[in-house]
Ligand binder design. Sequence first.
Ligand SMILES: Nc1ncnc2c1ncn2[C@@H]1O[C@H](COP(=O)(O)OP(=O)(O)OP(=O)(O)O)[C@@H](O)[C@H]1O
Ligand SMILES: [Mg+2]
Length: 370
Amino acid sequence: MADVVLKNVSKRMGSSQVIDGFSLDVANGEFVTLLGPSGCGKTTLLRMIAGLETVDKGDVLVGGKRYNNLPVQQRNLAMVFQSYALFPHMTVAQNIRFGLSIHKAPAETIRRKLAWSLDMFGLSGLEDRLPRQISGGQRQRVALARALVLDPDVLLLDEPLSNLDAALRDTAMEELKRIHHQVGTTIIYVTHNQVEAMTMSQRIAVLSAGRLEQYDTPRAVYDSPATRFAASFIGSPAMNFLNGAVEVHGEDAGVMTPVGFVKLDKERFTSAKAMAGRSVTVGIRPQNIAYAEHHESKRYSDTTLSVSVELVETLGDRSLVVSRGENGTALRFLITRDIDIEPQEMVEVFLDGRRVHLFDPQTNANVFSF
Ligand SMILES: Nc1ncnc2c1ncn2[C@@H]1O[C@H](COP(=O)(O)OP(=O)(O)OP(=O)(O)O)[C@@H](O)[C@H]1O
Ligand SMILES: [Mg+2]
């Protein structure tokens, strides 16, 4: 096991700056996810750690050792690719044993590790099958087993679940968490799927265009997104954004937006007052907007807004309402399934002033975190 430190690493490919001054520290035994949209540089970063891609600038340190120019074979890392890259003509057992045989491990060690991994990954009984004779989920487990029997210091996983169907992915996420818990290997996991990142990781690194937007626990990224990008990429349905300017009216501070005056909570009055006149983008999650049928639940810091319902999408346990304010600005919120509202209806909603984020329209930084 080892910690991984990336110090200001950069990488150009062709004419584009794929990674731009990226720093990250992953503690020994930690499960960290690199999360970001397609093309933001996740695979490139993993390949730089693995030694499959050179580092233009900055340092890659694993267990305190500078890895920049260390040959791939001398790095005690294992990488599992999205495609799994199993050897198609080898059985499950031969695939798992492959790395150990290459490293000339003693026969007894190979036997013991194979038995351990078959048991750990629920592959017993499948040892003599070829990859094409097992399911996608089983193939994924063989790829993980093949990587883990080598006792790598760090396990690098590049979207290992993206080929699985939804049900299998849920099980695989639980398994991966359990395996990490039992084996304790440092894991750097790459995905564009926020659910995988939120469910499994201890910390999430949110990436956009080769840069780090935020690095924090799943909960902190959700509750206090550092940037508008992090706010929009995490959370489902996506956060609402409204442009406006901070105004103070007597005891109330808020933001004048196209859908109305959005009040901010009393606790942050002083900081809001200091921002009077400033242009901001209000961010509020659909979960923090309540349908105003239940007036008794209204708090001081709630803003009541009248919106017109455009459509209602059933999500199963809840429904997502897409509505519009007077001048056509969209606002999305959630209702429970027992509430019946119809398109074209005018309804009142409460915006929870305690859950409002303010972003700087120029820098996109969160300037009003809580
Ligand atoms: N050989 C190359 N030459 C030029 N540009 C490249 C090369 N390889 C990758 N890129 C660019 O680098 C950027 C990052 O690619 P990378 O594969 O790291 O993205 P990613 O975050 O893993 O995306 P995905 O989620 O689609 O796998 C992309 O914009 C890609 O087009
Ligand atoms: Mg990729």
